[in-house]
Design a protein around this ligand. Structure first.
Ligand code: A3P
Length: 254
């Protein structure tokens, strides 16, 4: 790892594709989409050999915990941008992702069963609450590690404000017009369209005819279409209990 690397850090389905594209535009100073897939910069997929051959400066991304990253991340004070999203929308997004990908790595059960797996961590990357609590502890132990924390819901409400915050964190001087241009280019509809028409490499990830995509709905509060009142109450009970005392709060509607 190098001092000028940047790492986008998040649990799955929290908006990493969005944040990666925004950060790439800020870093390059242009409103141009990356032709490559975000997955070509994903630490757990490309590993050391894949990282070493990338052109610098690099914007990497990962769903891993800090202790699973190379120790140079802490030693070289690599900038980390963390994005969080409310757990109910993450759960719905993850469920749809797993339903639509190839059966060998996908999920065939119903949503209620998936919710149980989500809350008990029987999923790739473990449980979301464990990810958040562990990340919080790990970062607290490394006060010199530069970390910016963003929320998906706040990015939805005020993308320009968040883009300016990222620019400040990365020491990039920007104009209002440039940030507005990035926000517009990185809106859900624009990114979805570009992904469909222009991304150079498409992962053969999706089940034939599933219509699967990393760009599904891009909304806050879709969980309301999936949870019954009783399931919602149960989810709240378990989630609030696990997150007690963490101080981490989420917006569930706009
Ligand atoms: P939904 O499944 O709720 O639509 P990740 O990139 O971490 O895999 O997260 C994927 C989620 O982010 C999906 O959520 C996807 O639609 C949403 N997303 C992707 N690009 C977005 C954008 N530009 N604006 C808002 N949401 C976006």
């Amino acid at each position: 790892m190098e001092e000028d690397d940047i790492i986008i850090c998040a649990y799955a389905k929290c908006g990493t594709h969005w944040l990666w594209e925004v950060s790439e535009m800020l870093k390059s100073g242009t409103i141009q989409y990356k032709k490559e897939m975000k997955e070509t910069r994903m630490i757990e997929f490309i590993q050391k050999e894949g990282i070493d051959i990338l052109q610098k400066p690099r914007i990497l991304n990962k769903h891993l915990l800090l202790r699973m990253l190379p120790t140079q991340v802490v030693e070289k004070k690599v900038k980390c941008i963390q994005i969080m999203r409310n757990p109910k929308d993450v759960c719905v997004s993850f469920y749809n992702h797993k339903k639509n990908i190839l059966p060998s790595i996908g999920y065939d059960g119903d949503f209620v069963e998936f919710t149980e797996a989500f809350l008990s961590g029987k999923l790739p990357f473990g449980s979301y609450h464990n990810y958040l609590l562990t990340w919080q502890k790990e970062v607290a132990r490394e006060p010199n590690l530069p970390v910016l924390t963003l929320h998906y819901e706040v990015m939805k409400v005020n993308p320009v404000r968040c883009i300016k915050d990222i620019a400040t964190f990365l020491n990039i001087t920007v104009t209002d017009t440039f940030c507005e241009g990035i926000a517009e280019a990185c809106s859900f509809d624009k990114m979805k369209q570009f992904d469909k028409e222009e991304k150079h490499i498409h992962l053969s990830l999706w089940k034939e005819g599933s219509g699967g995509s990393f760009y599904r709905k891009g909304e806050v509060g879709d969980w309301k279409n999936w949870f019954t009142v009783a399931e919602n109450e149960k989810f709240d009970r378990i989630w609030n209990d696990k997150m007690k005392g963490s101080g981490i709060q989420f917006m569930y509607t706009l």
